[in-house]
Design a protein around this ligand. Structure first.
Ligand SMILES: C[S@@+](CC[C@H](N)C(=O)[O-])C[C@H]1O[C@@H](n2cnc3c(N)ncnc32)[C@H](O)[C@@H]1O
Length: 174
């Protein structure tokens, strides 16, 4: 994600964005972007008022508000592939910009199968999270599993950037 592309965004929806902590950070860093948080009614009840962030109560299986960028941070791990694909389809429908600007951005674990020395600890952490997500019938995915659900949901391409510790940023293009 380049500085030029950040400047081009006009709107972002943080899907499953809870009380808006991530949206607040984005709105502060990039005040030209109109930020929306979508989450279930009980999850946004009591959320603080945040400058330049609108809250929308709703179910992301039904509707995602339109935006240039749809953010899914720590959300798709809640579900098995069938439901994750349904959510990704709603997100794809929500993207208003075609071309380089419109995308889904996912912040999640991409389980790394490489067994380099430094990679072993990272992988163990990722797999532990996978076990944790099984409690809610979800799970973490490796690149092949991510690719399969992106293609199934109708996306054309994606780019994984490992960062943020054991997580990655995944840009997914319609
Ligand atoms: C693990 S939390 C992640 C919260 C936030 N994105 C973060 O990174 O801290 C998952 C979020 O997804 C929301 N969520 C779960 N099911 C949802 C649904 N059907 N529609 C909208 N939001 C949902 C939850 O309420 C919760 O806020």
């Amino acid at each position: 994600i380049t500085a030029t592309s950040l400047r081009a965004w006009t709107s972002l929806v943080d899907t499953g964005g809870a009380h808006g902590a991530t949206a607040e950070a984005i709105a502060k860093a990039l005040p030209h972007i109109n930020c929306t948080v979508l989450d279930l009614p009980h999850a946004i009840a009591g959320a603080p008022a945040i400058s330049n962030v609108q809250f929308v109560a709703g179910d992301l299986f039904e509707y995602v508000p339109p935006a240039d960028v749809v953010l899914l941070k720590w959300v798709l791990c809640l579900w098995q592939d069938e439901d994750a694909v349904k959510v990704l389809r709603r997100c794809k429908e929500a993207i208003i910009s075609r071309g380089a600007k419109g995308k889904v951005i996912i912040v999640e674990v991409v389980i790394d199968s490489s067994m380099s020395r430094d990679g072993v600890l990272l992988r163990e952490t990722q797999v532990l999270f996978d076990v944790q997500m099984m409690h809610v019938d979800g799970g973490e995915r490796d690149e092949k599993q991510w690719r399969e659900i992106f293609l199934e949901a109708g996306f054309s391409d994606y780019k994984i950037t490992p960062m943020l510790g054991f997580r990655s940023i995944i840009e997914v293009y319609p």
